[in-house]
Structures are given as C-alpha cells and as structure tokens.
Design a protein around this ligand. Structure first.
Ligand SMILES: *Cc1c(COP(=O)(O)O)cnc(C)c1O
Length: 428
C-alpha cells in the first residue's frame, strides 16, 4: 500500500488488500494450526528460513493483517499484536532488558504499567528508575547507568494527562545508546506519531481508542526501524548475536534493523509466553480502526468543549486538559498534539471528596466505569475506586487529589454531555 496515502485512508484500507474474488473484509482465520505437504517445508518455517504460519500462538494471518494496519498508521517498519496493552508493554521492554538490566521510565505512567515495572519486572531482576516527566535534560541524563537498555514514557499519560517532551526523552535515550519506547495509547496515531519526534518503538493498549467500542482487550507493538542495534551490539546481544533456539540465526543480520526487534519478540517472547490475541478479537479491533480517524476527532472535540465548559464553572476548582491555554502542558501540546490530545479531561470539584462523590451520583448519561476511550462517555472518581486504598496525603503525593474526577468524553452530542454534567453540578 502506498506510503503517500493520508492517515484517514490508511485507517480504512491499510493492512489488507484483497485479490480478485477474495473477501472484501479481513478474513477471520480461526485456526490454531496450519497444514503442510512435507515435514521439510515445516522445518524451514521453524528455522525462520521462510515466512509462513504453523501455529497461532506465534503468528496468525488475521492478527498480522491488523498489525500491518497499525504499523502503517504509526509509520513503522514492523508490528505485532498482543492479547492486551499490558502484554505489549511487557514484551516491548523485556525484549531488550532482562535480569541485571536497567530502564529509565517517566513516573507518570498508567498504574498497571507502573506496577508491571516496579513490582513484577523488578522481581524478574529488571531495575527501573522513575523520573519526573518535567525534569531537565541534566536530571534525565543522571538517571542513566551503564546497564540501561531503554527509556519508557507515555505520549499523554493516563490518568495524569501529562504531555511528554518526546524530543527531549528521545535525545537523552540516543545520547546513551538506547531506544525510546513510547506508549501512544491516548493520542493514537491520529493525534500524534511519536516516530516523527524521535521515538524508536511505540506500544498501544488497543483496548482503548483503537477498538473504541469497549469490545476487545488487546495491545500492539510497532518498530520504527530507526534504531541501529548493531551500533550498540554489546548492549543488545539478544538482537546482535546468534539465537541458539533458532539454529543460530542473528536477528539483525537476517531481518535487518527494520525487522529484528519484532521478529525476535515474536519468535522468543510470543513463543514462550503466549500472549496472542484471538483472531476474532483482531477482527473486532480492525472494525474499530476503520473509523479511528472519525472517532478520535470527535472524542477530541467533545473533550475540548467539555474542558472549556468546566473551566468556566464556579463549582470547579481546576481542570487538567492540555487544550486549555492556561494548562501547564498547553505549549507542549501545541507542538506535539496540534490537532488535540484525546477525549479525556480531569477536574476537581470544590468541596473535596464528598462533593465529588455526590456529583457522580447525579449523573445520567456519563456512566461510572473503570475504563476510558470508549464511544460511550464514562467517568471515574479515582479516590473512591482505583485509588481507594490510599489516604488523602498519599493521593496528593501521586497527583490524584481526593476531589479529582476523570471524564472520558465519548462520541455522543457534546451538548447532551455538558447538560448532564451541568444538572449534576447544580444538585451539589
Ligand atoms: C489501559 C492502558 C494500558 C494497559 O492496557 P490493557 O489493554 O488494559 O492491558 C497500558 N497503557 C495505557 C496508557 C493504558 O491506558
């Protein structure tokens, strides 16, 4: 498919081009296995000598067609799907950092990712240093160690809505000879393509806007093909020295800098850990991707209108939304997110925790859910849900104040959403 096509056209058409008489829609190959005429043919597949399918835990045609679309949207050279966003972030980091290695990460990342890094991967022997996303280049430099293998951040952090200075993080990573991995879940490639700002690997929880209908949990990893592993071969032996479990092939030699990362991730991590999405889920994800450009624009516009309404409301103490000129991330968002950030707004209600809880109880259209980035508007009061075990002072320390409400604007008519919030605020 032509590289010149606009992103909207890629959303609809990239990844799969049917031949004469073939199905118009991406076929669901709901088969665990694939049949061959000879053992030697299958042997060549096992040795990665020829491309092809033999067992869906490693690769499946439906999954690959949908991964190819996400690859085209981000402007990458290779991509793979995973069964969840958690698996995508785990695989992306673990593919190049193992026991005894170190990773620098922004501290304002999704809670599930923070736990994965700080607890589970720490148990596996990978050490993380969490840096303030608003640190200076000198502070960022100071976080690196000789055994650092990657830098990790979120383009727009969930739920803090911090906009990361991608160029600054990419420059620091490259000064130290390691790639920048960016979780681009919230903006999606419609609002930001981190590769254009120097990121090397992009991950997604496709569960959010990419599916967009609250129907299928999933994840994706995309490689830009920009990072030259061979230049730092001593840091990345897994990519640059022979893999004995594949008859001694060396990933960068056989698949080039464009394909080595994803091939190794598939051949080793997917083979051994098996976090593959079902082909049925990938089909559902692709339906979501076909309208991603239309939906993300609407989510973004609705959130902007909602943020402006809230900002002018006397019962609202503060609003976090990088599209508001007074927001701390406004300038950075103008640079990295000129079309807007995403559909999420967070705000604080005057009167503290109790008023926030009361407000939630009066909503009619905005549904209380532990979710974001759905076609339907949803809302969460973290202090009484995801963060309920924390004291007020602990909440303040992690930037989630007791009166904070996170609102994920859907694609309904924004007048109805504002009217719902307005009537609920009037009752408190
Ligand atoms: C939800 C989310 C994840 C985790 O994805 P799952 O699909 O729920 O496993 C990772 N990163 C971000 C930014 C998210 O919002």
């Amino acid at each position: 498919m032509s590289k010149d096509l606009k992103i909207e056209t890629r959303c609809v058409q990239a990844g799969y081009t049917p031949g004469n008489g073939e199905p118009r829609q991406v076929p669901i190959i709901q088969s665990t296995t694939f049949k061959y005429d000879s053992s030697s043919e299958m042997g060549r597949l096992f040795d990665l000598e020829v491309p092809g399918y033999f067992y869906t835990r490693l690769q499946n045609p439906t999954n690959d067609l949908v991964a190819a679309k996400i690859c085209a949207l981000e402007g990458g050279t290779a991509a793979m799907l995973t069964s969840s966003g958690q698996a995508a972030n785990f695989f992306a980091v673990f593919n190049i950092a193992g026991a005894g290695d170190h990773v620098v990460s922004s501290s304002t990342i999704y809670g599930g990712t923070f736990n994965l890094f700080a607890v589970t991967m720490a148990k596996m022997g990978v050490e993380f240093t969490f840096v303030n996303p608003d640190c200076t280049p000198e502070e960022l430099d100071a976080a690196f160690r000789p055994n650092t293998k990657a830098v990790f951040g979120e383009t727009v952090a969930n739920p803090a809505l911090v906009v990361l200075d991608i160029e600054m993080f990419a420059d620091a990573a490259h000064r130290h000879g390691v790639p920048l991995i960016m979780d681009n879940t919230f903006p999606t490639p419609i609002n930001c393509r981190p590769f254009e700002w120097g990121a090397d690997i992009v991950t997604h929880s496709t569960t959010k806007y990419m599916d967009g209908h609250g129907a299928a949990v999933g994840g994706a990893i995309v490689d830009s093909g920009h990072f030259d592993w061979r230049q730092y071969a001593d840091k990345f032996p897994g990519l640059c020295t022979p893999d004995e479990s594949y008859h001694g092939i060396t990933y960068v030699e056989k698949f080039g800098v464009e394909g080595a990362f994803i091939t190794k991730c598939t051949a080793q991590l997917m083979r051994d850990l098996g976090s593959i999405p079902s082909p049925q889920n990938s089909f559902i994800l692709n339906l979501g991707l076909e309208s991603l450009h239309v939906r993300v624009k609407r989510h973004t516009e609705n959130a902007q209108a909602m943020a402006e309404y809230l900002n002018a409301h006397p019962k609202i103490e503060y609003v976090n939304h990088s599209g508001l000129p007074g927001d701390r991330y406004y300038a950075r968002a103008r640079k990295y997110l000129p079309s807007g950030s995403c559909g999420v707004v967070s705000f604080g209600i005057k009167g503290g925790r109790q008023k926030a809880e009361e407000f939630m109880g009066h909503l009619r259209i905005c549904a209380i859910e532990t979710h974001v980035a759905d076609a339907r508007t949803c809302i969460l009061h973290p202090a009484s849900a995801t963060h309920r075990q924390m004291t007020d002072s602990q909440l303040e320390a992690c930037g989630v104040l007791p009166n904070l409400v996170r609102l994920s604007c859907g694609i309904e008519n924004v007048a109805d959403l504002i009217a719902d919030v307005d009537q609920a605020l009037a009752k408190i």
